[in-house]
Design a protein around this ligand. Structure first.
Ligand code: SF4
Length: 200
């Protein structure tokens, strides 16, 4: 993937986080308690990208800690993945009012942070949780119901879209396909964890 060279003056994740915590690039910051930058291993091979923080994430300053986050951890554990092995973040780092999906201008304003997070963490595998991150990282017309479970590759990074865990909480029929996707994700994770991290 050829990422735009924005924010490249921030050459480590902690510096980027400090910068992001002060961000007011879009109006989402006006109603949020704070910026939820991301959480996990700074050298993780596997990165999860969701949509935006919810009320619990906004309160605790950490992504995926509410009901959807707890479900995500259970699904991960069911295939042998631990939260401590991965890095988790969102397209938008501030909570949208009423937990709505981030608007286009908000997501675009925030996407530069995700680009730099990916450049600094250098994951070998990214899992898009839901439609928004799939549209930003796979294709802007991608429909999650069509592309979920597929494996894409950009710039040496494998990308797998699946349903957002919040979608499973709303519709139990999505549980089985997500579990199938996670079995594939674990296989890919094992592959990228044993291969050398060579530039593509
Ligand atoms: S959502 Fe992103 S771009 Fe908007 S204020 Fe928060 S950190 Fe900045």
């Amino acid at each position: 993937m050829k990422w735009l060279p924005l924010l490249d003056q921030y050459d480590d994740l902690a510096n980027l986080q400090q910068h992001c915590l002060q961000c007011h690039r879009c109006s989402l910051r006006d109603n949020a308690r704070g910026v939820v930058f991301g959480d996990g291993a700074p050298d993780a091979r596997l990165m999860f990208v969701g949509e935006a923080p919810g009320v619990d994430e906004d309160r605790l300053g950490k992504p995926f800690v509410g009901a959807a986050g707890q479900l995500l951890e259970k699904i991960m554990e069911s295939v042998g993945l631990q939260r401590s092995d991965v890095y988790i973040t969102n397209i938008a780092k501030c909570r949208p009012p009423g937990n709505r999906i981030p608007k286009k201008d908000e997501a675009e304003a925030c996407f530069v942070y995700l680009v730099r997070q990916i450049e600094l963490i250098q994951p070998r595998l990214i899992v898009c949780l839901g439609a928004l991150s799939t549209q930003y990282l796979v294709h802007n017309d991608a429909k999650i119901t069509v592309v979920r479970g597929n494996v894409y590759e950009k710039g040496g990074i494998k990308i797998v879209p699946t349903f957002h865990p919040a979608a499973i909480l709303r519709d139990a029929n999505k549980k089985k396909p997500v579990w199938e996707d996670f079995k594939k994700i674990k296989e890919l994770y094992d592959q990228v964890s044993t291969s050398k991290n060579e530039p593509q």
